[in-house]
Ligand binder design. Structure first.
Ligand SMILES: [Fe+2]
Ligand SMILES: [Fe+2]
Length: 366
């Protein structure tokens, strides 16, 4: 619509009085397709770990410092205060947390929901809702909303893991509460590694869990995830995902964490995935191997330990560049939220046999 000078002045007057002119702004509010605020981005492992090492020099965890974690701030979210709302994507916070030998990250709970993926190091453990859970590399762990959790490292090496929470989502919804436990570590109420032992059989569950529970299983061990991928790998890969599994709640069949989805994905040797896009956003962590992901025509090269994000409605395709090593990608997503509100849509790229033209190569901060 073409506005006269008189109408433009009228629009400006409305806005100065905290009112909006729908006639001139309807397309800014009802976009033809999603316009993501976060941008496709990648953080290198060495960059994050260098700063974590400095943080380890500057602080001890357990006293005034509750957690030593460096989180990813998407450049497109930076204007949101405070701290880009901790947004790696519109809804997901992601960080790398380091706990040194002897440290205890004290018990607290919050309405944001959390999950962890153990990157490296042995000897750490977490307590979640009265259960002590050992952390081993490749394990996926959940901390449901409002569950007490504390972490400790009893071993002799620093343990690193990825945290993912729905912080930007709870910031937007204005629903975050946090509470601190009176004791540094919460009391244990069940035997150690209780839930993983109860689910040792994989796809069989204790009959008492027939009634759905929010998190009957707290720890998804790497061996089981790896076996799941191995079985899938006996068949042809999915043209987009390669071989991918998602972590589920055994009492509902839905996502293990009810607000954040999580997957482990294997790209076989020299795999070149086709491009698609979807409404849900993702945070990826390269657990093993090397390759690249093309997002909206920009190539993002990744190798073990790197993180990258795929914002909503961004074309993306994954490639394993190696002919010797399979690539393993752990990822989290906001699909449970998108599905809950019927927002999810997906589309596959039809042109150029499903591949994007690479226009540019992303230069990460090293
Ligand atoms: Fe926490
Ligand atoms: Fe995807």
């Amino acid at each position: 619509m073409k506005e006269s000078d008189e109408l433009k002045a009228f629009d400006a007057k409305l806005q100065s009085e905290n009112l909006g002119p729908l006639w001139s702004s309807i397309h800014a509010l009802n976009t033809i397709e999603p316009k993501a605020k976060p941008i496709p981005y990648l953080w290198k492992k060495a960059h994050i770990e260098r700063h974590l090492e400095e943080a380890a020099r500057l602080m001890e965890v357990g006293g005034a410092v509750e957690r030593r974690a460096v989180f990813l701030i998407n450049p497109g979210m930076k204007d949101l205060q405070p701290l880009g709302w901790g947004g790696a994507t519109q809804t997901l916070y992601a960080a790398v947390q380091a706990v040194k030998p002897g440290e205890i990250a004290p018990a607290h709970r919050h309405t944001t929901t959390a999950l962890r993926f153990i990157m490296k190091g042995r000897g750490a453990e977490g307590r979640v809702d009265g259960e002590k859970i050992p952390f081993e590399p490749g394990d996926y762990l959940i901390t449901p909303t409002w569950a007490w959790h504390d972490h400790a490292n009893q071993g002799d090496e620093t343990v690193l893991w990825m945290d993912c929470l729905d912080t930007p989502f709870t910031m937007y919804m204005n629903v975050c509460f946090t509470e601190f436990h009176p004791d540094k570590q919460q009391p244990l109420q069940v035997p150690d590694d209780y839930s993983a032992q109860r689910y040792e059989g994989g796809m069989v569950r204790p009959v008492s869990d027939r009634t759905p529970q929010i998190a009957p299983l707290g720890r998804y061990k790497w061996e089981q995830t790896s076996r799941g991928l191995e079985g899938l790998s006996r068949f042809d890969p999915d043209p987009i995902e390669g071989y991918a599994v998602e972590y589920i709640n055994p009492s509902t069949g839905k996502d293990a964490n009810d607000r954040i989805g999580a997957r482990m994905q294997k790209l076989p040797l020299k795999f070149r995935g086709k491009a698609h896009r979807h409404v849900h956003s993702c945070v990826y962590h390269a657990f093993k191997g090397k390759g690249y992901t093309v997002m909206n025509g920009v190539r993002f090269d990744w190798s073990e330990g790197d993180f990258f994000v795929i914002p909503s409605w961004t074309w993306h395709e994954h490639v394993n560049t190696s002919d010797e090593e399979e690539a393993l990608l752990f990822s989290t997503n906001d699909l449970p939220i998108m599905e809950a509100f019927q927002f999810e849509r997906a589309e596959e790229l039809q042109e150029h046999d499903g591949h994007q033209q690479i226009q540019e190569v992303f230069e990460p901060i090293l």
